[in-house]
Design a protein around this ligand. Sequence first.
Ligand code: 5AD
Ligand code: SF4
Length: 453
Amino acid sequence: MSENTTTTAVKRVFVKTWGCQMNVYDSERMTGLLKPLGYAPTDVVDDADLVILNTCHIREKAAEKVYSELGRLKPLKEERGMQIAVAGCVAQAEGAEITARAPQVDIVFGPQSYHKLPEMIARAARDKGEVLETHFDVEEKFDALAAHREADGYTAFVTVQEGCDKFCTFCVVPYTRGAEVSRHVDMITAEVRQLAAQGVREITLLGQNVNAWQSPAPAGTSGDAWGLGQLCRHLARVDGIDRIRFTTSHPRDMDDELIAAFGEEEKLMPYLHLPVQAGSDRILKAMNRGHTAESYIRTIEIIRAARPDIAISGDMIVGFPGEDDAAFEDTMALVREINYASCFSFKYSRRPGTPGATMAKQVAEDVKNERLQRLQALLEDQKQAFNAAQVGRTLPVLFEKHGRQAGQLIGRSPYLQSVFAVGDPALLGQIVDVRIDGTMTNSLAGSLARDAA
Ligand code: 5AD
Ligand code: SF4
């Protein structure tokens, strides 16, 4: 290399992500923010100049997992001197405790401070001390993250709402993510237009309580505040956007307008994640869910009346304090009644600081295990039956990427199932009719309908 050639050394960032879609999305955005600073993402922690642990606090020994990961990173830091940052909900909950217990950490920041990452990195390097950012400043985060979004595929997540005011007694989210805040419709529309211009065809609107989203009507229009149903209809008019999804919803916020949108707006995909958590009214009350089993079942009936083919998914918790055999059987009965296309299920985990953690009648671990096994067996049967019911049908599939086998493409059905089919790579980014030939454990196999014809 000649003497007067200057090179910008590429720096590398390694991000490890735990937890929800929101975290996966935030990790992507952080990597995006760091690009202009010369950071390229790496999968190899040994190569990293910056390691970000994007943490989740929702279940199990979240903080302990983070500390043990930090323990593993310590010798690497001593050898290589990279920066270590802890982000996400554990960072928000633990704050300065993290750097006290793990002095190898340079930066601790909560979910509302990602946009300040470049500045925090500079500050940590300059001051050689730790940087702590755990304020709630959601509006500012929305503003900063919306700018210069780069899409790298045909599908994209768009944050429209953050936080939660529901205070379910098992859950840390209201404490770590703060109160419900919505992004303005005009900012969302601008971002979605930009994504569409970059080739995105499917968007998933994200929020911890996405269907609590509310915004003043768009600038220049009059009328009442908008809800999520109106937002979906509005975004369906953006040229290039052909599919809209949203997650995660709360049964209490499923309003008539949103349900009607499922019936009338073809671009709103027939898939709804609507967690119920339990099937016993006594347990739902102790969980502070604000709905009964019956009201949930009724809500699903109304949604199915509006969109008969809709796939319903959910979240279930077994072993919440006070759950006896009869209450657990109520959960099994509700699951049989709803018949889920897919559903996540968890053992109750005591989260320090939440009301559930100090409730009487905590359920023994072996009882939780046994209940979880029974529930998961039932949910797996329902999922397999739902997948098997697609065989022989022709479904529109948005092809997103290449499969592992030569010539194979992978995409998603309207019901969010992964679908494999052999096809021309030119079909990537297109929505193509695929005849479903068979099922695999977690996906469907198909062939292009026009080949089969
Ligand atoms: N224990 C077990 N599961 C939990 N969830 C949230 N908090 C807990 C907890 N303390 C589950 C709920 C929620 C999902 C994201 O995680 O089912 O819907
Ligand atoms: Fe947690 Fe309940 Fe809020 Fe969902 S609605 S984030 S489970 S408190």
